[in-house]
Design a protein around this ligand. Sequence first.
Ligand code: GAR
Length: 201
Amino acid sequence: MQKVKTAVLVSGGGTNLQAILDAERSGKITNATIAAVISDRAEAYALRRAEQAGVEAVTIPFKELGRSEFERQLILALQERGIELIVLAGFMRILSADFTSRYPERILNIHPSLIPSFCGEGYYGLKVHRAALDYGVKVTGATVHFVNEVPDGGKIVAQKAVYIHSDDTPESLQKRVMREAEWIIFPEAIESVAGNIRRSK
Ligand code: GAR
């Protein structure tokens, strides 16, 4: 059975993308093949990571195009490449209900908190960790979930908890959540979801 053709959508540094590429290379991901990395920003360092790994790197500039034209071009790019699974790895745009309804249980996202805490519109990147520290929670973590029309509202696939330290800053917490949770559970979740898709083909 053919591997599940997967596209990774990125906006920034791409450490989660790197963890996914490394997991494919080392044989921890066997059910999916990363066929393309698509960024909404040409400057995203994640695109360089894709090129270094020999994976096609594509930019569809959201700011210049606006959401509906961005999504139109994105759908074309996904169709042209026969993409079956979409992975949002630090992708900082919200996709419309029209887009998400085309790919039910075929879009995965990673969010840097334990959903339903510190999630939804406006909660992304360091803001999530700042909110957790401001609230004073002692445990946070990361969540992999399917993407539907509700921001961070789709079915949860995997979660991992991370303890907060009394001297944490948003930056130190972000790094620990990435290292102890995100980079571990995201490749595992992709392998598991792609396995289910593969068996159902
Ligand atoms: C990660 O912490 C990811 O969980 C978060 O942005 C960071 C991207 O880092 N995503 C969100 O906040 C989405 N709402 P990366 O580009 O190094 O993977």
